[in-house]
Design a protein around this ligand. Structure first.
Ligand SMILES: [Zn+2]
Ligand SMILES: [Zn+2]
Length: 269
């Protein structure tokens, strides 16, 4: 299978110090201080072999995140823009959904307590958390001491098949009834960025009280998702501020479409 792989040179800036969790020459939490001369390569890779707790997914939809772009963009000295956890080479793509084509015996769906089945539609968390360290136990898996990230430090979904431990998977089959198969996969690929917005405005930002007014600065996908989340949370007015004319138009178009199709959301909200 072909995979879209990002590669770059490990060439730390003079002020960079290897962190306690960094691995010299391979992995860092400060990508923009280390990785130089990024380039995208399309390479031939073997289909991954799932272990007993893994599921093999045929990718059906995968978004392009701002961080995907920032891993390829570089400053004048050639260092990548993206400042976070990275280990290259890695197949990019972390906002995805797909169909299960193989499931290990211990690949349990935590939603049902049963083994995942071939043919189920799923999306996946991007953070590969360990479950046993203190931040994980405290309910902050994104602060995991042994964190890996799909599409950043381990292979992601810009390819045909991806292997993921079942604990990071969520079934999305119920979306088919509402939206049809194709839209189901597209919406499945939006779960991860929408979760980013949810975590920001509800979990970490503390949410709002019903009837409050909200201003969101930035109408990119995450800002638009935050807008939707806060409307559901009971905001009286959500004002979206966006300097780009084309993006403003896109968002006001979504608003008109959204109004007309509001009832489609009713089974869940
Ligand atoms: Zn992302
Ligand atoms: Zn952990």
């Amino acid at each position: 299978m072909r995979a879209v792989v990002l590669n770059a040179d490990w060439d730390p800036k003079s002020d960079f110090k290897l962190g306690s969790k960094d691995i010299d020459g391979k992995l860092t939490y400060l990508g923009s201080k280390v990785w130089r001369n990024p380039r995208i390569e399309i390479v031939e890779k073997d289909v991954p072999v799932p272990g007993p707790a893994d599921v093999l997914i045929e990718v059906k939809a995968c978004g392009i995140c701002g961080s995907d772009v920032h891993m390829l963009q570089s400053d004048d000295a050639g260092y990548i823009f993206y400042p976070g956890l990275t280990a290259f080479p890695a197949t990019l793509g972390h906002e995805f959904s797909g169909i299960i084509v193989e499931a290990g015996k211990e690949a349990i769906n935590k939603g049902t307590g049963k083994q995942f089945q071939v043919g189920e539609a799923v999306c996946a968390e991007e953070m590969i958390w360990c479950s046993t360290c203190k931040p994980c136990a405290d309910g902050y898996p994104n602060h995991c001491e042994r964190l890996e990230e799909l599409g950043f430090s381990i292979d992601g979904a810009y390819t045909k098949y991806i292997k993921v431990d079942a604990r990071y998977l969520w079934n999305i089959d119920h979306l088919e009834e509402l939206y049809g198969k194709q839209k189901m996969f597209e919406l499945g690929s939006l779960v991860e960025p929408t979760s980013v917005a949810y975590n920001a405005v509800i979990e970490r930002g503390g949410g709002i009280r019903p009837g409050e007014n909200v201003v969101i600065l930035g109408g990119g996908p995450i800002g638009a998702a935050a807008c939707a989340v806060l409307k559901r949370q009971g905001a009286a007015a959500v004002i979206l501020s966006e300097p780009s004319e084309s993006r403003r138009q896109m968002r006001s178009e979504e608003r008109r479409v959204g109004k007309g199709s509001r009832s489609r959301w009713s089974p869940y909200h």
